[in-house]
Design a protein around this ligand. Structure first.
Ligand SMILES: Cc1cc2nc3c(=O)[nH]c(=O)nc-3n(C[C@H](O)[C@H](O)[C@H](O)COP(=O)(O)OP(=O)(O)OC[C@H]3O[C@@H](n4cnc5c(N)ncnc54)[C@H](O)[C@@H]3O)c2cc1C
Length: 381
C-alpha cells in the first residue's frame, strides 16, 4: 500500500505547479498534484500575458516579484524568459509615488531608473511618452511564458517523485475526527496530511463544501494581438501604461500583445470568451494614442479569460483557520505569474520552520477587518 503523501496540491496552474515543485525539492516523493484538466490547466495560466516586473503597489509584492525574478532569470529559456526591459509609463502627478517605489526598489538592489520623454527614445525609438509623463525603467525585466513555466515546474517536480493526477477533479473533502484527511475525486478518494488549494476561482465553490466562504470573484481580462514589423517588435519594451490603463509587450518575431479594455464587472464563475468588436475598438483607439502609426489592419485577434480577485486586490495565501492542515493560494488579482516562485518558496519555509508564521496575505484579514492597502497608489496598476 502506498504511503499517505504529506502534501496534496489541487490545481496545476502556475501557482499549484510552483508550490508542488518547491515542496518536492524539500520533501521528495511526498507530493501529489491533482489537475482536473492537464497541466498547465484551464485557468488564467493558460491565457496569461506573462509580464515580469518588480515595480508594484505594495512593498511585500515588490519583494516577492524580485525573489521570483531571480528564478525566472535562472530558468531562462525553459520558461521562455525574455529580458526586453520593462517600463511603467506614469503621469507626473504620481511623482511622489514613483519616488517611494524607486527608493524601495533601489534599496532592495533592483536596477531601476526614471526617464523623461527625451531619455526614453534612447532606450526605445518607437515609444513616445508625453512631457507630463515619466517612464520608470527596469532594464532587467521583461516577460516569460506562463504555460511553459508551469510545465517546467511540474516536470522538475516529477524528477523529485511528484505523483501527478491529471483529469482528476477534487469535489469534496474527507473529514475524520474534525480533521481533513483527504479529498473525494472522480477517480476515488485520495488521502494526504496537508491539502493546498490552488484552484483559482473554483476554490470558492470547493470550500463551500465545508461551509467556508471566501471573498473571491472573477473578472473578465484579456489580450488583443497586433501584427507588427519585426524591426519594431525587436526594439519594443514590455510596458504598463498607467496613463492609458493598459499594457503591451512584444511577441517575437512580429506581433504585440495589448491588454484588452474589458467590462470589469464581478462574476462568480470562470470566463472563457473571445473579444467583441467594442472591446477591440476601445483598445485599438487607446493604443493608437501611444502609437499613432498603427492601422486597424494590424489587429490580429485576441483572447479573453479571467483571474480571481479579492476586495482589497491582494492575494489570499496560507492556512484556513478552521482546519490545521488546509491551505490556500488564490485570488492573484491578475498578477500571480510574476510572484509564483515566491509563493512556492513561502510554503517550503512554512513547513520547514518551527514557528508557523502567517503569510502577509493571509485570509484572516477579511474577518478581522484588517484588509490591506496599497503602499504605492498609481492610477491603474
Ligand atoms: C489575459 C491575462 C493576462 C495576464 N497577465 C499577467 C501578467 O502579465 N503578469 C502576471 O503576473 N500575471 C498575469 N495574469 C494573471 C496570472 O496569469 C494568474 O494570476 C495566474 O496564472 C493564476 O494562476 P493559478 O495557478 O492561481 O490559477 P489557474 O491558472 O487558473 O489554475 C488553476 C487550476 O486549478 C484547476 N482546478 C480548479 N479546481 C480544481 C479542482 N476542484 N480539482 C482539480 N483541479 C482544479 C483548474 O483546472 C486550473 O487549471 C494574467 C491573466 C490573464 C487571464
Amino acid at each position: 500500500m502506498r504511503k499517505i503523501p504529506t502534501f496534496l496540491v489541487v490545481g496545476g496552474g502556475v501557482i499549484g505547479a510552483s508550490i508542488a515543485y518547491y515542496l518536492s525539492e524539500t520533501f521528495p516523493n511526498q507530493v501529489v498534484l491533482c489537475e482536473k484538466s492537464s497541466p498547465p490547466g484551464i485557468g488564467a495560466t493558460a491565457m496569461s500575458g506573462g509580464l515580469i516586473r518588480m515595480n508594484h503597489t505594495q512593498f511585500p509584492l515588490i519583494d516577492m516579484s524580485w525573489k521570483s525574478y531571480q528564478v525566472y532569470k535562472e530558468i531562462g529559456s525553459s520558461c521562455g524568459f525574455q529580458q526586453t526591459g520593462f517600463g511603467l509609463i506614469i503621469h507626473k502627478t504620481y511623482a511622489r509615488e514613483v519616488e517611494k517605489a524607486v527608493l524601495y526598489m533601489k534599496e532592495s538592489g533592483i536596477p531601476v531608473m526614471v526617464l523623461n520623454k527625451k531619455e526614453v527614445s534612447k532606450y526605445n525609438p518607437f515609444l513616445s511618452i508625453g512631457d507630463d509623463e515619466f517612464l520608470v525603467y527596469e532594464p532587467i525585466s521583461g516577460f516569460a511564458d506562463p504555460k511553459k513555466t508551469a510545465l517546467y515546474f511540474i516536470n522538475k517536480a516529477k524528477e523529485n517523485g511528484l505523483r501527478l493526477y491529471e483529469g482528476t477533479k477534487v469535489d469534496d473533502f474527507i473529514i475524520s475526527n474534525g480533521e481533513i484527511v483527504g479529498v473525494r475525486t472522480n477517480i476515488g478518494p485520495l488521502h494526504a496530511k496537508n491539502i493546498i488549494l490552488c484552484g483559482n476561482i473554483w476554490t470558492k465553490k470547493l470550500l463551500k463544501q465545508i461551509n467556508c466562504s471566501i471573498p473571491l470573484y472573477s473578472k473578465r481580462i484579456g489580450l488583443m494581438f497586433l501584427h507588427s514589423h519585426p524591426s519594431f517588435t525587436k526594439q519594443m519594451l514590455t510596458v504598463i501604461d498607467d496613463t492609458l490603463g493598459t499594457y503591451y509587450r512584444p511577441v517575437f518575431p512580429n506581433r504585440l500583445f495589448v491588454g484588452l479594455k474589458t467590462e470589469q464587472t464581478n462574476h462568480q464563475t470562470p470566463i472563457y470568451d473571445i473579444p467583441n468588436l467594442s472591446e477591440i475598438h476601445q483598445t485599438y483607439d487607446l493604443i493608437s494614442k501611444r502609437f499613432p502609426g498603427i492601422k486597424p489592419s494590424q489587429v490580429a485577434g485576441g483572447r479573453i479569460s479571467f483571474d480571481s480577485y479579492t476586495p482589497d486586490q491582494f492575494p489570499i495565501v496560507g492556512k484556513i483557520a478552521t482546519y490545521q492542515n488546509l491551505f490556500i493560494a488564490t485570488g492573484f488579482n491578475g498578477g500571480g505569474f510574476k510572484i509564483a516562485p515566491a509563493i512556492g518558496h513561502w510554503f517550503v519555509s512554512y513547513f520547514t520552520n518551527e514557528q508557523k508564521e502567517n503569510h502577509p496575505f493571509n485570509i484572516d484579514r477579511f474577518s478581522s477587518g484588517q484588509v490591506l492597502t496599497r503602499d504605492i497608489a498609481y492610477a491603474h496598476m
